[in-house]
Design a protein around this ligand. Structure first.
Ligand code: MEV
Length: 316
């Protein structure tokens, strides 16, 4: 059994985060400039099912048998075993590394989940479809995040721009023009589980207000899909600004994110908003292609910890 390497991209949410948890649509794209990578090596001297995990970036150096029953990595191995009807997974060493910043809204946990379940299946000779990978990675995401909508594992498994709504058929989005997006990291760590739980608490306290906001975010997202398909930058930018206003209203923005958004808008970005669960993490700004480097540098000078330039390519 040869060594095996699998990888998965990061992601960013263009529209609809949080509302997507409540059944409204959201739009997400993969971020291939950042990747999670899983290397699996056969361990011939190990006993059967002895699996050694090494993920230095998250301080994990441990045998599989030492993980608590609902550890995400255990759920991944158990999920693959039960899907493939394997009694004992072959002894191996698993190395996990990632260039996706952790707790920043770029899908680091989902990318690790996807790369891990894909690697575990391919290592034993099974070549899974994107939806098989996504379904298993979702089980791992539940452990990481509590009540995820499933958008992160879906966009990362398919590695394409998606219009996603829970329990509805998945739609892929094709753009009519290139769209340039600057992703900028505030350096403030977000926490998806806490952000999603906080929104749920506030929703429970005032369901009418929150259901109305989620519905409006859903309408913005549906309009955004059309704007992307038509290649309409101006419209898409305005929709981002409206989406951000609702994200502020549900309490997931942050003064540092707002400052970065305002810098982008003051410098002729079409639109800007936080992306992902918020309370920190990244913003995205939709910009003219020839202003992407300028706006990226400006954000870095104003305190952004790093930036990533992404182009949503015509026809993709
Ligand atoms: C996280 O990337 C996006 C959220 O909408 C949570 C989810 O969809 O599971 C905040």
């Amino acid at each position: 059994m040869p060594a095996h390497i699998s990888s998965a991209p990061g992601k960013t949410i263009l529209f609809g985060e949080h509302a997507v948890v409540y059944g409204f649509p959201a739009i997400a794209i993969p971020v291939n400039a950042r990747q999670a990578k899983v290397k699996i090596f056969p361990a011939i001297r190990f006993k059967p099912e002895e699996i050694r995990f090494s993920a230095p970036q998250i301080d994990i150096e441990r045998y599989y048998s030492d993980f608590e029953p609902n550890h995400p990595f255990r759920i991944a191995v158990e999920g693959v075993k039960s899907f493939l009807k394997i009694d004992q997974y072959p002894a191996c060493k698993i190395q996990i590394e990632s260039t996706i910043p952790i707790s920043s809204g770029l899908g680091s946990s989902a990318a690790i989940s996807v790369a891990l379940v894909k690697g575990l299946m391919e290592f034993v000779g099974y070549h899974p479809s994107p939806s098989e990978i996504s379904n298993l990675a979702y089980q791992v995401e539940i452990i990481f995040h509590g009540n995820p909508s499933g958008i992160d594992n879906t966009v990362i498994s398919f590695n394409k721009p998606i219009f996603f709504q829970k329990e509805k058929p998945l739609q892929f989005i094709r753009t009519k023009n290139d769209f340039s997006i600057v992703i900028a990291d505030s350096g403030i760590k977000g926490n998806t589980k806490a952000a999603v739980a906080g929104v749920r608490e506030r929703w429970k306290a005032d369901p009418e207000k929150y259901n109305d906001i989620f519905k409006k975010i859903g309408l913005i997202t549906t309009e955004a899909k059309l704007a992307i398909e038509k290649g309409d930058h101006e419209k898409l930018g305005k929709l981002m600004i409206s989406n951000q206003e609702y994200l502020q209203l549900i309490g997931v923005s942050h003064p540092v994110l707002e400052r970065m958004i305002n810098i982008a808008l003051a410098n002729r970005a079409y639109g800007a908003k936080l992306c992902g669960s918020g309370l920190g993490g990244n913003i995205i700004a939709l910009v003219e292609p020839d202003r992407a480097n300028f706006i990226s540098n400006l954000l870095l000078k104003s305190g952004a910890k790093q930036t990533i330039l992404v182009t949503l390519i015509k026809g993709s």
